[in-house]
Design a protein around this ligand. Sequence first.
Ligand SMILES: Cc1ncc(COP(=O)(O)O)c(C=O)c1O
Length: 472
Amino acid sequence: MDWEEFRQWSEKAANWGADYRASLRDRPVRAKMAPGEISAHIADSPPLTGEAMGDIFKDFEDILVPGMTHWQHPRFFAYFPANAAPVSVVAEYLVSAIAAQCMLWQTSPSATELETKVVDWLRQALGLPETFTGVIQDSASTATLAAVLVMRERALDWQGNKSGLATSKAVRVYSTDQVHTSIDRAIWIAGIGDENLVRIPSGGPSKAMDAKALAAAIERDRAAGLLPAGVIACVGGTSVGACDDIAAVVEVAHAHGLYVHVDAAWAGSAMICPEFRALWQGVEQADSIVFNPHKWLGAQFDCSVQFVREPEALVRTLAIQPEYLRTHGHDGIINYSEWSVPLGRRFRALKLWFLLRYHGLEGLRTMIRNHVSWSRNLAKRLAAEPDFEIVTEPFLSLFSFDHKAPAGVGQEEHTQRLLNAINNDGRIYLTQTRVSGRLVIRFQAGQFEATEADVDTAFDVIVEIARSLSGA
Ligand SMILES: Cc1ncc(COP(=O)(O)O)c(C=O)c1O
């Protein structure tokens, strides 16, 4: 592709992107496709000779776009958001054009130095003390893996990477059953083993970890010759927003010398609003915290920030310095690839810089406050409707609900049928979870361009479809 053609197609892509985003309200949120329907239209083998760009672009529009679920749709109320504020998309166009690999300071000083600055901006924005520094990881899963590896190495006196785990005491990590599955996977990958991820009972409306039970489990394990290493607490669990009492967890964990990682992948963004910070009170004593600006805050996927109190522990666990990765003649530089599992790194700081500068903290706070208040309002309106039940009250902008099955229909069958009907309708998109074994429907408001009217539409759609299934 010559540069003139590159210019034309880049313009076309930018125009397409603007039209696409502007037209989302007119599209069904979730792709209406059967499995295999897309692949049936894609050639089984690669072309031997190049094809015209016009043909490739046309196939993109005709074959692939209809098979996309629109995560930037203003009525996306499923899972958690993966917001890409338009300004962060513009930054990503630039990153994509420059296409730098930012593994070391010298492989792009701007990327490293901007990362240090914007991570510190976010530290301030979240109200965290100066004792924290941080790094941008690709995902919360990777950040949690890095934290678990640090827990393991600390507990094994930094010998795990060298000697493996075969002859060591069993390393133990503690959490509740409310944490995201990325914690399970980090435990597997770190070689700790699922049996050594100890589930501490949780309870109360926040489904918070029982700190006394945590202390008892650590003491029991020590007495049994096992090696307690760390605790993973959550603020805003994926299922229904479970929230541990971080101060209580940290107190027990630190009294026993354990490392504490806090997963606030979704809820962390809300902490830019001072009034929500009581939810993670005590977090300033944690050792590691992850939150995903690529979820609620609006930074184009992927962008996950891990704050740590002792970056030396992360570097000691993950850094390798073969000659070909050394930067001679510059003392005190940061090579962020030494803070993370992958060596290669994209220039993720740019979209954060664009996002924070364009919207300012006040702009982003307004968005988050709106989502929380619209969601609470929706929960109240649904609770007032006959046959609706709010199963878990809103935690920030997430709650779960159910609708009573008509006579003769099993409750679980009805809930699933209601969810399917809502999603097949296309105006909104919701997902499900289980609360104490019971199937329920989740709702979260968090999409960057959502308005109060979109949440009102959610109310209309949910009530209209529930009534029609009940024959009301
Ligand atoms: C609470 C929580 N932690 C971790 C993750 C994993 O995030 P990522 O996709 O960035 O690995 C999720 C994803 O939704 C989450 O909700």
